[in-house]
Design a protein around this ligand. Structure first.
Ligand code: FAD
Length: 365
C-alpha cells in the first residue's frame, strides 16, 4: 500500500479531510473524475470575474470555529446575500420582510403587515395540511404563497405543490423589519479570489489526480491505500444493489454579456412557473468585480437520471429508508469511509461539510 488514504473526490469534504490527515503525517492521494478540483464549489476566472460554475455559493455560518478554520486559508469579503424575486416583471425583496410586504400591499408598518398576513392565514387555514401548498398557505397566507413560493418550488421539484409533501417546508421565516439579509448567520462572505483558491490552499501538499473516475479502475484504486474515503454516490459505490437513490439535477447556461451590469444583483429568482429557469446569477456582484463585461448564468432545475451530475439528494421517506440500507451495508466495510453530500446522501451547506469532515478526522486519529 503506497498511501494511508485514497480519497475519492476533491470537493470540500475530501479536501478538508486530506489536508488534516496530511498534517498528522498520513500519506493521501486524491482522485477526481472531473478535470477540475473543488467539486461543486469550483470557481473559474473569466473576464476578471470568478464564475461559480456549479451554482451560486455563499459561505455562511454561526460556528466561530468553522469561520476561523476557513479564514486561516483565505480572506473572505463582506458579501451579504440579498436575493430579489421577479414575479411577472415585478420585483420583490427576499427573504420575506417589510420591503417585500411594502411591495405586495403597500403597507408601511409591521402592525399593518402582520394584520394582513394573520387575516389571510385565518381565512385560508387547513387543519392537518396534507401537501406543501396547504402547509405554505397555513404559514404565510395565499398571497405570498402564490407570488413568491408556488412557481419557484414547482420548478425546483418538478411537481405541483399539491403533490409535494408538506414536510419540505417546515417553517417560512417572516421578518417584520426592513432587512434583506437572507441568512441569519453571524458570519457570511465569499473567498476573495474565488473558492478554487481555498481548495488549492487545502491541497497544497497533497497529490491529486484529476480525470480519474474511481469506478473505471476500481481494482487498482482499491489496492493503493490502507483506507478509502469515498465522497461520490453511495448507491453507485454498492452498484445500486438495493436500487437507485433519487437526486435533483441542474442545468447551467452561462454567457458573457457586453455590459458592465446586467441585473444589479448577484441573485434574481424567477418565481413564476411560466419562466423555465429558477434564477439568474450575475457572478461579478459576489465580489464587486470592476470588469467591463459581466457573466450571467441561467439556472434550471431538472429531473435527474443515471449518468447526470447529481446535485440535491431527495430526502423523502422512501429515499431515506433506502439510504439507511446502504448505510447499514457500509458498516461491513470498516476500511471504507463515506463522506460528503453524496456519500452521506444529505444536503449540507459548506460549513456543515467542513464540520463533518473534521469530525471524521478526529475519529480517524
Ligand atoms: P462535492 O462538491 O459534490 O464533491 C464531490 C466530488 O467527488 C466531486 O468533485 C465529484 O466529481 C467527485 N466524484 C464523485 N464520484 C467520483 C468518482 N467515481 N471518482 C472520482 N471522483 C468522483 N452551500 C453553502 O454553504 N452555501 C451555498 O450558497 C450553497 N449553494 C449551493 C448551490 C448549489 C447549486 C448546490 C448544488 C450546493 C450548494 N451548497 C451551498 C452546498 C455545497 O455545494 C456543499 O456543501 C459542498 O460543495 C459539498 O462538498 P462535497 O465534497 O460533499 O461534495
Amino acid at each position: 500500500m503506497r498511501y494511508d488514504y485514497l480519497i475519492v473526490g476533491s470537493g470540500l469534504f475530501g479536501s478538508v479531510f486530506a489536508h488534516e490527515m496530511n498534517k498528522i503525517g498520513k500519506k493521501c492521494l486524491i482522485i477526481e473524475k472531473r478535470n477540475t478540483i473543488g467539486g461543486n464549489i469550483y470557481t473559474e476566472k473569466t473576464e476578471g470575474i470568478n464564475v461559480h460554475k456549479y451554482g451560486a455559493h455563499i459561505f455562511h455560518t454561526s460556528n466561530e470555529d468553522i469561520w476561523n478554520y476557513v479564514n486561516q486559508f483565505i480572506k473572505f469579503n463582506r458579501f451579504t446575500n440579498s436575493p430579489i424575486a421577479n414575479y411577472k416583471g415585478k420585483l420583490y425583496n427576499l427573504p420575506f420582510n417589510m420591503n417585500t410586504f411594502y411591495g405586495l400591499w403597500g403597507v408601511k408598518t409591521p402592525e399593518e403587515a402582520k394584520k394582513i398576513i394573520e387575516d389571510e392565514k385565518a381565512e385560508y387555514e387547513t387543519k392537518n395540511p396534507s401537501n406543501l401548498e396547504e402547509q405554505a398557505i397555513n404559514l404565510v397566507g395565499p398571497t405570498i404563497y402564490e407570488i413568491l413560493i408556488k412557481g419557484y418550488t414547482e420548478k425546483q421539484w418538478g411537481k405541483p405543490c399539491t403533490q409535494l409533501p408538506s414536510f419540505i417546508i417546515k417553517r417560512l421565516p417572516v421578518r417584520f423589519t426592513f432587512d434583506n439579509n437572507y441568512f441569519n448567520d453571524l458570519y457570511q462572505g465569499i473567498p476573495i479570489g474565488g473558492y478554487t483558491q481555498l481548495i488549492e490552499k487545502l491541497l497544497e501538499d497533497i497529490e491529486v489526480k484529476t480525470n480519474e473516475d474511481y469506478f473505471e479502475n476500481k481494482e487498482k484504486w482499491d489496492n493503493i491505500a490502507d483506507k478509502i474515503l469515498f465522497t461520490g454516490m453511495i448507491d453507485q459505490f454498492f452498484d445500486y444493489c438495493y436500487g437507485e437513490l433519487e437526486y435533483r439535477g441542474l442545468n447551467f447556461e452561462t454567457e458573457i454579456k457586453d455590459t458592465s451590469n446586467y441585473q444589479g444583483n448577484a441573485v434574481v429568482n424567477y418565481t413564476e412557473a411560466e419562466i423555465p429557469y429558477t434564477r439568474i446569477i450575475e457572478h461579478k456582484h459576489f465580489e464587486n468585480s470592476d470588469s467591463e463585461k459581466t457573466i450571467i448564468t441561467h439556472e434550471y432545475s431538472k429531473t435527474w437520471k443515471k449518468g447526470d451530475e447529481a446535485y440535491y439528494p431527495v430526502n423523502d421517506d422512501k429515499n431515506s429508508e433506502l439510504y439507511s440500507k446502504y448505510e447499514d451495508l457500509s458498516k461491513n466495510y470498516p476500511n471504507i469511509l463515506f463522506g460528503g453530500r453524496l456519500g452521506m446522501y444529505k444536503y449540507m451547506n459548506m460549513d456543515e461539510v467542513i464540520k463533518e469532515a473534521l469530525q471524521l478526522v478526529e475519529k480517524e486519529k
